[in-house]
Design a protein around this ligand. Sequence first.
Ligand SMILES: [Zn+2]
Length: 625
Amino acid sequence: MIKRIIIAAFILTTMGVQAQSSYWQQHVDYKMDVQMNVNTFQYTGTQELVYTNNSPEVLNRVYYHLYYNAFQPGSEMDIRLQNIADPDGRMTQNLGTKENPNRVSRISQLSPNEIGYMHAVSLTQDGKKVQFDEAGTVLEVDLVTPINPGESTKLNMEFKGQVPVHIRRAGRNNKEGVALSMAQWYPKMAEYDFEGWHTSPYIAREFHGVWGDFDVKITLDKNYTIGGSGYLQNPNEIGHGYEDEGVKVKKQRGKTLTWHFKAPNVHDFTWAADAEYVHDKLVTPSGVTLHFFYKNKKDDTTFMANWKKLQPDTAKLLDFFNKNVGEYPYKQYSVIQGGDGGMEYAMCTLITGERRYGSLFGVTAHEMAHSWFQHVLATNESKHEWMDEGFTSFISELAEDKITGANKQNPFEGTYRGYFSLAASGKEMPQTTHADRFVDNFAYGRSAYSKGAVFLAQLGYVIGQDNLMKTLKKYYADFKFKHPTPNDIKRTAEKISGIHLDWYLTDWTQTTNTIDYGIKSLEDKNGKTAVTLERIGLMPMPIDIIVIYKDGTRESFYAPLRMMRGEKENPYPAISRTVLDDWPWAYPTYTFEINKPKSSIATIVIDPSELMADVDKRNNFIQQQ
Ligand SMILES: [Zn+2]
């Protein structure tokens, strides 16, 4: 018996040690050479991958994403679209009337020359032929030679693709007439990391990729201008606004140009091309070159003015994110008219450009913020969508508030409203739900964007605003170029604040529990006032209370949650604060005393900042005549 116990203890100990250093992610370097036919929207290419196995296991298989196969009748994306209650309007067509709609999947209507596809034509591993099997949007590959831990292998593929009619994110001739929006367009190695393989089929949502260096050559009609990920290696040969100042670009013979890009340390490579792009550049004080690509709509002066106005504002955004999260690690960022809304990619974004200025700026702010919260902090968007969309929304809303000079008391007001309507809808699912598995698009959107942003805004209420901003910086510094998980942001906040936050992460992200506190009663007690608070919702929180007396003076009280094992700084330094005894969460009520009579109180209110997402504010204050 004793021996067994010792062995068990030994196994547990070694497992514990392994768990300490168990973070790893793969690495892949891409070299691609692609020929695009701008008339048929078909392209062919070669791809050489140097793939390094950083896992502790021997690898027998690898997987590639073939995203364009989603744009075919009968694909998983098509079928999902036909079965979801609230399909994305961009992906459906109404064949009925406005009153009697008959929404059909646009994918289901595609003819063979309109679909998207991405097929491997041949594949070798270190020169030896490899067996592969295409399963929808994923290519399953049996390696000839297993890859040992720490070893690399070379995978050479010939592939062919067709750019689909523009339905979602990528495609040909988007609704604003941009010829090529080339996102998720190449055979993309699936990530294998400390959490295992990530081979989700593409049904419309998010991505996860392997970090590495990209070396990409694209040959296409010489009248087309390309904007995208990566630094152009041959700018003075290409021109199109890329040439160095003062350089006269030689006129190229032949019908095509070969563009050569390099993008170091990214997990994605995206580009867009059009024959009518205007290409503007702006170098920021920090030395980053911002590129802007938009259609030359000479007759639409508002459109052209908006795209000019956007340029210095984008520089301000970059500066804001640099200062508040951490230094942007690349020397280039491009805002490119393309796609079907706004979507973030490595070193660039594709956004639709025919918008009023506020929207053009707002979407640029959001997508650019993703350069930090996705393209440097590469959270798995399918599993932890709220960290990706939520944190991006948080920092971009803050940036917009400051740059536009709005300086609202609560810049996240609209975001809180979005969360409250989700909580009241009966459709909420826990944030830990896989992005593809939400019943409704509505619940996914509100959970990822609104509730995800409230996670951070409300964290500022729990640990204090200074600690929140310090947490973001440390999180960036510690997890850049990795795949952070929910526990990583929680641990970072704990280390910065000294406050325990397990309860916050679990209740907010793994349940649909809501917060509802109330002021139950005020009672006279020998010239003092006994204030009784109640916890009505299941989710616990620390409580800030402000009392305004009839003589105009103010006083604040703070009831820390016992589980926090710590307290935040006074968020209202101008008002003197009394730190009360801890409130152990299981107690539904909590009473404390104010040293003044009840009759002297004009107003008593819980959390006037409204950063605590209390779903019913009607019971949060009492006013007395
Ligand atoms: Zn986003």
